[in-house]
Ligand binder design. Sequence first.
Ligand SMILES: Nc1ncnc2c1ncn2[C@@H]1O[C@H](COP(=O)(O)OP(=O)(O)OP(=O)(O)O)[C@@H](O)[C@H]1O
Ligand SMILES: [Mg+2]
Length: 333
Amino acid sequence: MTAPSADPLAVTGLSVRFQTRAGPVAALTEIDLRLPAGEFLVVVGESGSGKSVLASAILRALPANTDLAGTISVAGHDLATLDRAALDRFRRSHLAYIPQSPATALNPVRRVGSLLLELARARGLSPAAARVTLRQALAELDLDLDRIARRYPHQLSGGMQQRVLNALAMVGDPALVIADEPTTGLDADLVDVTAAQLRQLTGRGAGVLVITHDLRLAQRLGGRLALLYGGYLVESSPTEEFFAAPAHPYGDGLLAALPERGGLPIPGQPVELTAPPPGCPFEPRCELRIPDCAGPVPTPRPVPDQPDRHVRCYLPAPPMVPATAHRSTDAAR
Ligand SMILES: Nc1ncnc2c1ncn2[C@@H]1O[C@H](COP(=O)(O)OP(=O)(O)OP(=O)(O)O)[C@@H](O)[C@H]1O
Ligand SMILES: [Mg+2]
């Protein structure tokens, strides 16, 4: 069951299709990702681009109507080879998952204190050590373990539930941390604490995959950035280089939509995943398209002179210019 890579995460050729009455939904297509120990991988892309499906695929928590192709290795283990009980043990001990909807993640009939301590102990800590770590992580997020311990999850606000799950990720030494929108509903100072806690986790050697709509948070975390569009990984770059000059026109559009960079929304509609275009998924919205973009879908290729960046784009010289430089306000509609 040990795969060649012992990185916290290695994903190869991952495709996910949901079989629905409306036909197959192409949620993810041929994704390759690698997350080394002690690093951040920040996943960005508009709503529906496949970010949470990626997290669920890694956790092997997809519904039954799913076809999954490709391989996923977590800390050197191919989770597809584990039976249900072993998978459960592995997830509890080696993985920390901060889900996008904290409300549904906490068992509603368990008091918060005992639930947290049980989950913390599954990471191999003694009850005393689990209590100390949890208490400290919660305190950093302005929560007192004793004050929330006897409450039920529904007696906590959404922001408190988010903080409880964020604190839980800090316990033990998970090899891989997956945080899906970990700053939802948090004030700016708690976003700062959360960023610092995630950084502590990389400092302890975890690979930390952060899914976020908050591009400022993405920029602050650094590491590598994976840009999803219509279920494709359209750009993979060091985060700093992405923000300096995106290689994919979609990245350029995302940055141009930031208020401080002009606030121009990308024209057009997101991809219809039951009927994706035959070529590049961004082609219908791309101001720089050339005839090749209409099909077939471009394969990932290194950005010229930047071998640590890959882009799925036919343009001979991808944008690679500060965002907004080539966009006109007419395009904003
Ligand atoms: N069980 C399912 N059955 C059918 N389609 C699904 C299922 N789960 C997700 N999808 C579809 O897969 C696509 C990707 O969903 P996903 O939740 O990963 O988006 P996301 O990038 O996380 O968006 P958001 O930013 O809104 O959280 C969406 O079109 C969604 O409707
Ligand atoms: Mg999501």
